[in-house]
Design a protein around this ligand. Structure first.
Ligand code: HEM
Length: 251
């Protein structure tokens, strides 16, 4: 699935030029990628979950009234722009990762990429302010501040990587960045689970969620990204020992 989400390895060193077969009507690239049903299903389901979360706990802030904002009323402008930018960022993600879209519409991929990074700039700036002025205590504040820092740094590094044509690094940092963007959903999910089981006080739940909702998903992402490389390099090594390449055989 990760490979189908355009996350396959791209070697950093220059590879020997291999003549590409002509792209004709019968070429595999021209066929409907039936194997993409799995990532499409996952991304589609994820998008529905995101829309549900936005509708139930974010879009109510587009109604600028004291009733909607509650404790956030004194910092309504920051939250308004945070929610607006967060909505843009979180909805761009599935389009960017949707199999085949980047190849079919590279211009769209670039425009949405710029918009995604810009919205993290705006959403992240507002998130810092909100984290520093929260009602839920310093531990929650530091948790959210750390999440914001990781959010901004990952988007920045993904941008620098693509500007320097480092495709694999760009992909990896964008995956990390989007996992952090999804922190909005995971934070609420963690809070809801703790609510259901009546664990601790409200402040305990918020504080716990502010650390767990992004650090654990980020660690699991790293396990997948780096684990695939470790396992792939072992396989490649074994393949090289078992079957020498045509170049080696010629020597
Ligand atoms: C890594 C990404 C994000 C960080 C670090 C972050 C940070 C924050 C912070 C610090 C607060 C204030 C919390 C408080 O004082 O109680 C907040 C609230 C909020 N954020 Fe984010 N945010 C992120 C992503 C998003 C996204 C993608 C959305 C989607 C629209 C979003 C929507 C909201 C909403 C609706 C609130 C109001 C609080 C609530 O109703 O629970 N955030 N965020």
């Amino acid at each position: 699935m990760w490979e189908q989400l355009n996350l396959r390895d791209i070697p950093n060193e220059a590879m020997p030029a291999v003549e590409a077969p002509p792209v004709t009507g019968e070429h595999p690239e021209n066929r409907t990628p039936a194997k993409y049903w799995e990532p499409r299903l996952i991304l589609g389901g994820m998008t529905l979950g995101i829309l549900f979360c936005l509708n139930t706990s974010a879009w109510n802030y587009f109604d600028v009234s004291e009733g909607s904002y509650g404790i956030f009323w004194p910092r309504r402008n920051w939250l308004y722009f945070h929610v607006l930018a967060g909505t843009v960022a979180i909805l761009i993600g599935p389009v960017q990762f949707w199999p085949g879209v980047k190849q079919a519409y590279p211009g769209l991929h670039r425009v949405l990429g710029v918009l995604y990074v810009a919205s993290i700039g705006v959403g992240g700036g507002a998130a810092y302010y909100l984290a520093l002025h929260t009602d839920f205590g310093w531990m929650f504040s530091v948790g959210m501040g750390s999440m914001t820092t990781a959010w901004v740094i990952s988007a920045a590094l993904a941008t620098v990587a693509i500007c320097r044509q480092m495709i694999e690094q760009h992909r990896e940092w964008m995956v990390r960045s989007y996992v952090l963007t999804l922190g909005f959903v995971l934070l609420r999910l963690t809070g809801s689970i703790l609510d259901t089981f009546d664990v601790g006080t409200i402040r305990d739940r918020f504080t716990f969620a502010s650390w767990i909702a992004w650090s654990v998903p980020l660690m699991l992402t790293e396990v997948i990204l780096q684990g695939r490389k470790v396992l792939a390099s072992r396989e490649k090594q074994e393949q090289r020992i078992e079957a020498p390449s045509p170049q080696t055989m010629r020597l």
